[in-house]
Design a protein around this ligand. Structure first.
Ligand code: NAG
Ligand code: NAG
Ligand code: NAG
Ligand code: NAG
Ligand code: NAG
Ligand code: CU
Length: 559
């Protein structure tokens, strides 16, 4: 069966070397994970996985070279395990901090604590999310901003704003999973109920009431960013979606892309404003940074613009009997507001003195259905960013040659019970029980592949999450220079859940050199699981002596 949606793959592969700065500090957070109640789109729900009683989770802000030290405490009351994955963070030398449950770590059981500790090596926009089942669709996520003291495009902006987009479900992740992994779903994922921007949105209350759910129109909110007309803004966009992809635009502005998934882009500042793009198509897990370029004369004090995202419904599908019985109630558009306020003389002075641009937090206002904003332009009239035309700032091309080919065929098939599984090469991934994989080899099927047919865009197009269109192919070439076990999976959470995942073991001998810290052992011990230090022991290969390890790992950060 062809399913008309897109696949997102995560490649936690690392292409740049870490560098420690002199002013490195420790970025500390404590995350208490528990269920909270709330009404992100106006509809009351008890199935929100919050951090410290809030959804979305706090934004982690740090600088290149800083050590992130995040203490995660599992306070989920019903016995669910939890882990956190730091999406896009290289984890060079610290693969055991990466998060995938039962792959690189044992999950934290109820009551357990784990201190994650890793270095923020690359500047850019990242995010974190649960890596247990589909918990992140219940809100267990947040954003990560890593700044550089020498930010590539610092001269182009004074302030920053952060916009997140995601799909939202009124049914709990456990209900969704049970329903989806059941023949009756016919492979149609749980249909989203609404879409959120910065954790807020709206769902029709009349429909909610038909479903016996409490709903308050007054609780339907939108984020409002107050900016100053004379200041220039960097907008960081993060899609924390579990399934859907969005069209995104800011009315009255052009988008000058400067970063994608932590990769700084080359920017041609000579391009006339009218030739800049106005919109972007963004899939699950992806990020962008843009400089917002107001169209001529539009940055007037007092003017307001809609920040607009529309879910691309043509990539979703449903079937009768979906766990969401009201697919047509989905409001596909979610909006925020950008408001240019009067200049604040005090902060005007700070333009010159401020070293790090400030992140302007939004306020949240109820939807005002009567209010008129500047007429929204139809999507078809907007110029979209062409992903393949983006060039990296460093201009370093992709490796021109390769040593190993892996062909992954993305397929769906029914098992004997009639449950539809997503897979790579027809082998739905199954999580190991008990001991996590760490350094164990899984077999990867190699298929025929003809590089002559697969012309690569070698001009340096790089990112960690890519969209693979239906009935098409994508070639990923990366330098295997980060020893460890890494998960490659579909970032459409529902597809991953049924098996569209696999593991890469990079440089197994070297990976075996990396010592698993006591902290990881402790988390496993909470399950009465003992893990050995030596990942290589799992592989039936001879581990290298420590002396060799030291020499070869010389260039890798690790604790
Ligand atoms: C939590 O993790 C342990 C160890 O992997 C597993 O045995 C247990 O079933 C998990 N708990 C739940 C609720 O999934
Ligand atoms: C992907 O699915 C596996 C189960 O096969 C699960 O353990 C893992 O946490 C899922 N990842 C995400 C990001 O949800
Ligand atoms: C609008 O932006 C332009 C370009 O950044 C700037 O020159 C101008 O002063 C701004 N207008 C106001 C009212 O601040
Ligand atoms: C998104 O943009 C594309 C390209 O202009 C357009 O064809 C499509 O209708 C838009 N869809 C939504 C839901 O906004
Ligand atoms: C671990 O072992 C101890 C002692 O045998 C036992 O009391 C405890 O219930 C076990 N815990 C788990 C998660 O199996
Ligand atoms: Cu991710």
């Amino acid at each position: 069966m062809a399913c008309s949606n897109k696949y997102t793959l995560t490649v936690p592969s690392l292409l740049v070397l870490a560098s420690l700065t002199v002013n490195a500090k420790i970025v500390r957070h404590t995350f208490e994970v528990s269920y909270i109640t709330g009404q992100p789109d106006g509809v009351w729900t008890k199935s929100i996985l919050g951090i410290n009683g809030k959804f979305p989770g706090p934004t982690i802000e740090g600088a290149v070279g800083d050590v992130a030290e995040i203490t995660v405490i599992n306070k989920i009351h019903d016995g669910q395990n939890v882990t956190i994955h730091w999406h896009g963070i290289h984890q060079r030398g610290t693969p055991f901090e990466d998060g995938p449950s039962q792959i690189t770590q044992c999950p934290l059981k109820q009551g357990s604590t784990q201190v994650y500790k890793f270095i923020l090596t690359e500047p850019g926009t990242y995010w974190y999310h649960s890596h247990v089942n589909s918990q992140y669709s219940e809100g267990l996520w947040g954003s990560i901003i890593v700044r550089s003291p020498r930010e590539t495009w610092q001269s182009l902006y004074d302030e920053e704003i952060l916009v997140t987009l995601n799909d939202w479900y009124h049914t709990s992740a456990i209900e969704n999973e049970h329903w989806f992994v059941h023949p009756e779903s016919l492979g149609a994922p749980p249909f989203p109920f609404s879409v959120l921007m910065n954790g807020v949105g709206r769902y029709p209350c009349d429909k909610a009431k038909l479903q016996s759910r409490l709903c308050d129109v007054e609780e339907q909110k939108r984020p409002v960013f107050r900016l100053q007309a004379n200041k220039r803004t960097r907008l960081r966009l993060v899609s924390t979606s579990g399934w859907v992809a969005f069209n995104f635009t800011v009315e009255g502005h052009r988008l000058q892309p400067i970063e994608v998934d932590g990769i700084d882009l080359a920017v041609n500042q000579q391009v006339p404003q009218a030739e800049l793009d106005q919109a972007v198509f963004i899939g699950a897990g992806q990020r962008y940074s843009f400089i917002l370029i107001p169209e001529k004369g539009k940055n007037k004090t007092g003017s307001e613009f809609l920040i607009r995202a529309n879910l691309r419904r043509e990539y979703l599908f449903t079937r009768p009997g979906n766990i969401n019985a009201f697919p047509n109630a989905l409001i596909t558009e979610v909006t925020g507001v950008m408001r240019y306020s009067a200049d604040d003389p005090a902060s005007q002075n700070s333009v010159t003195t401020q070293i790090t641009p400030q992140l302007i937090s939004p306020s949240f206002e109820s939807f005002d259905y009567l209010r008129k904003y500047e007429a929204a332009q139809p999507w078809s009239s907007l110029r979209f960013i062409h992903e393949m035309n983006l060039k990296t700032f460093d201009g370093i091309p992709a490796p021109s040659d390769f040593h190993r080919n892996v062909v992954l065929r993305i397929t769906f098939q029914n098992d004997w019970r009639g449950i539809k599984h997503g897979s790579f090469n027809g082998n739905p991934f199954k999580l190991p029980h008990g001991k996590p994989l760490l350094g164990k080899f899984g077999r990867i099927g190699d298929g025929p592949y003809d590089p002559r047919r697969h012309k690569l865009n070698l001009n340096g197009h790089k990112r960690d999450t890519v969209l693979v269109k239906e009935k098409s192919y994508l070639v990923i070439r990366f330098l295997a220079d980060n020893p460890g076990v890494w998960t490659l999976h579909c970032h459409i959470d529902w597809h991953n859940l049924t098996g569209m995942a696999m593991t890469f073991v990079e440089a197994p001998e070297l990976a075996a050199c990396i010592r698993v810290p006591m902290e990881a052992k402790k988390v496993c011990a909470d399950h009465n699981v003992t893990i050995s230090d030596n990942m290589g022991a799992n592989m039936g290969r001879r581990a290298w002596p420590q002396r060799t390890c030291k020499k070869v790992l010389h260039n890798h950060n690790h604790f």
